[in-house]
Design a binder for this molecule. Structure first.
Ligand code: NAP
Length: 299
């Protein structure tokens, strides 16, 4: 029986583990991937985490992990199959065993959203990608398109512009929601062409991607962008399947919890990108991990 089980070792889960260790809580950190870090691992560059400017996401994830390891927290690489949130004792069933704890910090993070257009599924892994840092090298010297207007799309476009001949940044509106500094850098890059108010209609090709067909909404015209890669950066979806029916959610599917990360189930906390909140960044995920443990200690 643990004091706390943490599910997920992104910045929220790892910070929770660090705070739990410092509070001398008997803690188990569960993560299905062999390497902790979550979405950080797929981020080319992180320039808004204090004290470590200009750091790669992979490297930052490694630093978090080293900190967790130094504190001797028990970690297991197992895939969580179900959780039981009701009742005083929380039960977590994985592909390898069953664990029990008095508290559960659910920090499973988010996965990429799909666009749902023709060709997306057909060309997945054959030109369609959701991870620029993972797959960008396959498109060295080629033309690619990035779809989206948030931080991820802007960062992906910048990352790809370093190795690709040309990057089309296709966004459905006339303004980006991503950080202004990233927008400025995108404008300055010589090989990024911004295509605004453009709706992706389909991704086409033979064996692999050859083009993205877009509708330029303001002009009412269709345009075909000749590309070999399409990077979809149209947002994230919280990984909350395991909690369905057990806690309350907001209208967008995030777990309802305040700054203390308490969910509607007593002893169950939602931390990081799964939680209903305004700003989803590494630093706010880390803050959630700290707040959740502080609340457990206070109880
Ligand atoms: P996001 O901020 O939700 O942006 C998603 C983008 O995709 C939006 O521009 C959205 O358009 C567009 N989009 C959504 N559905 C679409 C559709 N069906 N067709 C076309 N376009 C569509 O997602 P994100 O960029 O992945 O970022 C997720 C969170 O992580 C954010 O909170 C972000 O700030 C954070 N993040 C932070 C950093 C960093 O700090 N370094 C890096 C990456 C991500 P609209 O604008 O029209 O809605």
């Amino acid at each position: 029986m643990y004091d706390v089980i943490i599910i997920g070792s992104g910045p929220a889960g790892m910070t929770a583990a660090i705070y739990a260790a410092r509070a001398c809580l008997d803690t188990l950190l569960l993560e299905r991937q062999p390497m902790g870090g979550g979405q950080m691992l797929n981020t080319a560059e992180v320039d808004n985490y204090p004290a470590v400017s200009d750091i790669g996401g992979f490297e930052l994830g490694k630093k978090f992990m080293e900190h967790v390891e130094k504190l001797g927290i028990r970690q297991v690489t197992e895939d969580v199959k179900s959780v039981e949130c009701t009742g005083e004792v929380k039960k977590v069933v994985t592909d390898k065993g069953t664990y029990e704890a008095m508290n559960l910090i659910y920090a499973a993070g988010a996965s990429h959203r799909t666009l749902g257009v023709e060709g997306e599924e057909k060309f997945r892994g054959r030109g369609v990608s959701y991870c620029a840092t993972c797959d960008g090298a396959f498109f060295r010297g080629k033309a690619v398109a990035v779809i989206g207007g948030g931080d991820t799309a802007l960062e992906d476009a910048l990352f790809l512009s370093k190795g690709c001949e040309k990057v089309y940044l296709v966004h459905r509106r006339d303004t980006f929601r991503g950080a202004k500094t990233l927008q400025n850098r995108v404008m300055e890059a010589g090989n990024i062409e911004i295509v605004l108010e453009a709706e992706v209609e389909k991704i086409t090709g033979g064996e692999t991607v050859e083009a993205v067909e877009v509708l330029l909404k303001a002009k009412g015209e269709k345009k075909s962008l000749a590309v070999e890669g399409v990077f979809l950066a149209v947002g994230i979806m919280p990984q909350v399947e395991l909690l369905k029916g057990q806690v309350e959610f907001d209208e967008n599917g995030y777990v309802l919890a305040g700054e203390d990360c308490r969910t509607s189930a007593v002893g169950v906390y939602a931390a990081g990108d799964v939680r209903s909140k305004k700003l989803r960044q590494i630093i706010t995920a880390a803050a959630d991990g700290a707040n959740a443990v502080a609340d457990i200690v206070k109880e």
